[in-house]
Ligand binder design. Sequence first.
Ligand code: PEP
Ligand code: MG
Length: 572
Amino acid sequence: MTTTLRGLPAAPGIGIGTLIVYRPGLISLDLAQFESAGDPHHEWRRFLDAHARVDAELEQLGRHANSLVAEIFAAHRVILHDQTLLDSIRAAIFDHSRTAVSATHKVIGELSDLFRSFEDDYFAGRAMDILDLGQRLLAQLDISLSQPHLAHLPPGTILAAEELAPTDLAQLPADHVQGIALARSTPTAHSAILARALGIPSVCTLGHGLLQQPSGRPAVVDGYAGHLLLDVDEAELNRYSDLRRRHLDQDAAALAHAHTPAHTLDGVWVPVYANANSPQEVAQNRAAGADGVGLLRTEYFFRGRMTPPACAEQEAAYAEFIGQVDRQLTVRALDTGGDKPVPFIAHHREDNPFLGLRGVRLLLEEPELLRTQYRALQSAARRGPPELDVRFMLPMISTVEEVLAARAILGEPLDELPRVKFGVMIEVPSAALVAHSLAPHVDFFSIGTNDLAQYTLASDRTNSAVAMLADPLHPAVLQLIQLTCVAALAHGKPVSLCGEIGGDPAAVPLLLGLGVQELSVPLPAVAVVKETVRQIDLADCRRLAAAALACARAAEVRQLLRAGQSAGSITP
Ligand code: PEP
Ligand code: MG
């Protein structure tokens, strides 16, 4: 009989395959089996051999990964060569007569417990890194201690896990993984953003019951409804296979037209750009049919480095991206701090990192970082075609003072063409509420609904316990989107939206009805969003928006959208 686990949709699509439950960390061991102490010199040599093989494995993985992931593997190698770690394992072998396996298991376990005890997201992340390394060492010491490895999942996998880090996702053989089901996580966590970019149907917030499920069972991920179905019977399986085929056909039909601009039925052009998290995704924007890149998250450039990238290095990268877009490139200034520290900035522990020194707040403390990034983009734009729309935007703006302070750091815009346009993200409620006062100081707004929903509904976007609350379609968020659009219109400034909700075809008519003029969406959503735009009339969209703004609950808004879809949209 079919068992249905209900969670939240994280990436659209239907995935059909076999469940594999992934439990990262150190394999549990009956250490007594590994306690027969032999010659410590022999055990230490075995450890050193395993260490060398893991080092080579990480080097190899780094060489074939994109730059973000390569930096993380490089950071893992730094931990692997840490002298304290090596000394502790050596002491466990020579002074406490442990075998290589038992010494490694014990030292790695203790070290990761120590990091976890700091109760800090940053150190918790390092604890996961240490466990990952320890597991690699154990697998090299004794093949029977291997765990299913993310990079080697078999074809037809439905991958279940508690959480997946962005690096875990980057290792997945995307053509083997049909679906992802997570016990925790949330639709706007960066792992979900990556899953969407990879086009893998995903659901999250399924609860811990998921991890108790045995591997090897037939499973279906319904990335539209947010369900995982286990032990699906034949009739249900056929229904899902049909649904999957219909969606794939729709996607293929949409892709066939993706390269033509999207006009609404009443003739208004709606540019549809792609969100890119890495240079690889920038490179794919044309093939996906995007009009350019409307949000380049530049964090990939800064993570895992001991010093920030120099101006010349950034300029070379931006110049390459400029050559890869048709109409627009919007580079977002480094959005980090708080929960996402970068090694070259002194990090002070914050009790509430999401309300702390993040985004533009950190850039104002580190003006050289901001200035360098802007100058690099300006120089790259100067080398590109003059008609290209190159934009630079600041994350996490909450006040007019921040915009003025940033402008003072960046200096007066240069008169020469092409001029890099300067804009801000509207992702904090205060920014939406003072959008009228922000508008005279910027060239454009870009609405970040992932954070706007988090801050409006006071619900941490990484916390699965409150993920249901942070709904970007909540009427309170819609009011703020509308306020922003009204202010932009009054000042003649373009307003785009780059939060994940823009990639949901069901939400597109509503967003356009609220006054959003441009959309920037996950790569795989570009074609279907363009197709949706072609089937709507803006007058209908405005009526839909008025009805949605009158709702009291997000559920009512979703109900309205479903009613609109059954009246003729391309999605079921
Ligand atoms: C957002 O907050 O909506 C956004 C687009 O930025 P990020 O998801 O990177 O915070
Ligand atoms: Mg944001």
